[in-house]
Write a protein that binds this ligand. Structure first.
Ligand code: BT5
Length: 271
């Protein structure tokens, strides 16, 4: 007898506490990429708050055509469709912040492990004294003129990935199991994640920017960093001094000049 999937439609519907997020829900044991499937579903009219979740992705994506790899049945791999009402395009950056906050809060509430964020889209958990990557966020936004039409928020979190199955990435990886030593309920984590995301989204839709709460969780700030930004030839060395309203990283170089980085990768120096 095969056991019933923990994250199938019926099991998730019975546990959800949200008003809209996850109320329309699709589960797949395996697919290519939840973000890619969600794009198709959005084009077919999926409503605000729809969630597509998979137990395994054969072509999970990071930014810039990088891969997101997770062994079957160990992780949270999902995409949330948001259809913001009258949001200016620049606010797209807020959505990655909201997802980062929600993911960190859900990890802390359910797994009881401290969580931080690394600019722009990593979720970090402390593992043997080192902050390691336990999750990543991928925003695919579509515009209608100068307004956001749809935003697909891809969220990958390493939950019960055994330590010896963690891939060897440039940024050291961990999972909640590897860091905390205990199996974590993926359903409880999903329910908490969607509840936090809904609360943050509704608060942001009503006005205030999430940037202060987000930057308070950013491990990157105050650190010496090396930034590889899209479109720049040489990496930038400096100190990450802060973020602006739209989530751009402000890096002061040795000559005292402040650079505003909209997209790129950051390595914390000396780590
Ligand atoms: C990200 O990209 O971190 C965004 C990852 C988003 C994944 C979710 S899963 C559900 C949804 N559907 C998708 O197809 N994607 C989203 P980036 O910052 O570019 O980081 C990618 C890099 O992270 C890779 O090049 C690897 O070095 C590393 N990596 C890949 N898988 C990882 C994992 N499971 N844990 C930690 N690091 C990983």
């Amino acid at each position: 007898m095969t056991s019933e999937p923990e994250l199938n439609e019926a099991n998730v519907a019975a546990a959800l506490t949200t008003r809209r997020l996850g109320r329309t829900y699709r589960y797949a044991a395996e697919l290519d990429s939840t973000n890619d499937q969600m794009k198709r579903w959005a084009a077919e009219g999926a409503p605000h708050g729809a969630v597509w979740l998979a137990d395994f992705q054969s072509a999970g994506r990071g930014r810039l055509d990088r891969r997101w790899d997770a062994p079957p049945g160990t992780s949270l791999l999902l995409s949330v469709l948001l259809r913001p009402t009258d949001w200016p395009a620049e606010r797209g950056a807020w959505l990655t912040m909201l997802a980062g906050l929600a993911a960190a809060e859900a990890v802390e509430a359910v797994a009881k492990l401290p969580a931080r964020l690394k600019w722009p889209n990593d979720v970090l958990i402390e593992h043997q004294g080192q902050w390691r990557k336990a999750g990543g966020l991928l925003l695919d936004a579509a515009l209608d003129g100068d307004r956001l039409a749809t935003a697909i928020l891809g969220i990958g979190l390493n939950v019960n990935v055994p330590a010896d199955a963690l891939p060897d990435f440039a940024t050291p990886a961990t999972s909640l199991l590897a860091a905390g030593g205990q199996t974590v309920s993926r359903r409880a984590l999903l329910v908490a994640l969607l509840a936090r995301l809904e609360a943050h989204y509704e608060a942001a839709a009503a006005g205030p920017s999430p940037v202060a709460a987000w930057s308070a969780r950013l491990l990157t700030l105050g650190q010496a960093v090396v930034v590889s930004a899209a479109g720049t030839a040489a990496p930038l060395l400096g100190v990450a001094e802060g973020v602006d309203e739209w989530g751009c990283l402000l890096v002061r170089d040795a000559a005292g000049q402040v650079h505003t980085i909209a997209a790129g990768d950051v390595t914390l120096r000396g780590r």
